[in-house]
Design a protein around this ligand. Structure first.
Ligand code: GDP
Length: 338
């Protein structure tokens, strides 16, 4: 975790010296040439909360946007310990062997609390992190999920502009961040453990309902039998959910990251999905619908921000709070007064 801190401090320092001579055109051109250092700097710029960075960040995004979009964006979630980082490490390497450039991003809104994200940590994905054709970036830290999500969406654009054609967005399957990842990816993959107690209770129903595929991890050794059983069980369970609008039926695969098995099956499934969506003109349409979602999300964020930062509201809110504490007014009445 301290290495995470060091990395963040280094990036901040790099950006400081860099922003003195910041040339948006130069930086954008370097990103488009696929230079990793420039990509990292551009992301740091996007993540920066400094007001003087906002314009430069917007400039870089604007120049990269026309060169983005040519990738498959894959969301990956699952409870801690399910094997996400091990899977991403070997799956990413599998894709690189197929000639792909792979970017791994992470969304972890808890990183603000834990002061350092464990998701997307390079030390968790040793082989991939060392590879020339891979780019790994931990979760941006921000106070709000909305802030983290916006930064990650912009980072996807930058990675695509830099030529990464598979974008893996990782998140922990415990909170609301899955919904955000689902809303920014084309394909949503849920990793599941076999035989972990009550089979269908481990993960919330809503998350199972969102997924385009499920992968039973650690299907090796003594665990193979349980994995086969879980595969049958989940295949049945997925059929009980309302059908997806696209008509796509979520599938269940088994993998062993340690034995590198099941990887080509998972990739084949993702390619089938892409074909399925493109044949029906749904692939781009789905992304445009996501844009609409983020449009409204951004409006909501901005309204809330400007409401709570308006000086006259700040004093009125403080006064209302003390009235509520003193039992002089109900919270609903106080809110509607403001
Ligand atoms: P994460 O918290 O979801 O990122 O999970 P990790 O990738 O860190 O894996 C959690 C544990 O499961 C580690 O001890 C891994 O070595 C182990 N693990 C991961 N993948 C496999 C696998 O395919 N087979 C087996 N047997 N163990 C695995």
């Amino acid at each position: 975790m301290s290495s995470q801190h060091d990395a963040a401090r280094k990036a901040e320092e790099n950006l400081k010296s860099f922003s003195q001579s910041l040339d948006v055109n130069e930086l954008s051109a370097a990103v488009l040439r696929g230079e990793k250092k420039a990509l990292a700097q551009a992301i740091t710029l996007v993540e920066s909360t400094r007001l003087d960075h906002a314009d430069s960040a917007a400039g870089v995004i604007a120049q990269c946007l026309p060169h983005s979009g040519r990738s498959i964006r894959i969301g990956i979630t699952g409870v801690p310990g399910v094997g996400k980082s091990t899977f991403i490490d070997v799956f990413g390497m599998h894709l690189i062997r197929l000639g792909k450039k792979v970017a791994v991003l992470a969304i972890d809104p808890t990183s603000q609390i834990s002061k350092g994200s464990i998701l997307g940590d390079k030390t968790r994905m040793n082989e991939l992190a060392a590879h020339e054709q891979a780019f790994i970036r931990p979760s941006p830290s921000s106070e709000t999920l909305g802030g983290v999500a916006r930064k990650t969406r912009e980072t996807i654009i930058l990675c695509e502009a830099a030529g990464y054609d598979v974008i893996l967005v990782e998140t922990v399957g415990v909170g609301q961040s899955e919904t955000a990842v689902h809303q920014m990816t084309d394909f949503f993959l849920l990793l599941m453990l076999a035989g972990a107690g009550d089979q269908l209770q481990g993960i919330k129903r809503g998350i199972m309902e969102m997924c385009d595929a499920m992968v039973i991890t650690k299907a090796d050794g003594d665990n193979i039998k349980a994995a086969r059983f879980a595969k049958a069980e989940y295949t049945g369970a997925l059929h009980l959910f309302p059908p997806k609008e696209s008509g796509w039926i979520p599938q269940v695969e088994m993998t062993s990251a340690t034995e590198r098995r099941g990887l080509s099956e998972v990739w084949q499934m993702i390619c089938d999905f892409e074909r399925w969506m493109k044949d029906r003109d749904l692939f781009e349409a789905h992304r445009r619908e996501q844009d609409i979602h983020w449009f409204h999300e951004t409006i909501r964020e901005k309204i809330i921000y400007s409401f709570y930062h308006d000086p006259s509201n700040i004093s009125r809110i403080a006064a209302a709070e003390s009235d509520i504490r003193a039992g002089k007014v109900t919270p609903f009445k106080a809110a509607s007064n403001i």
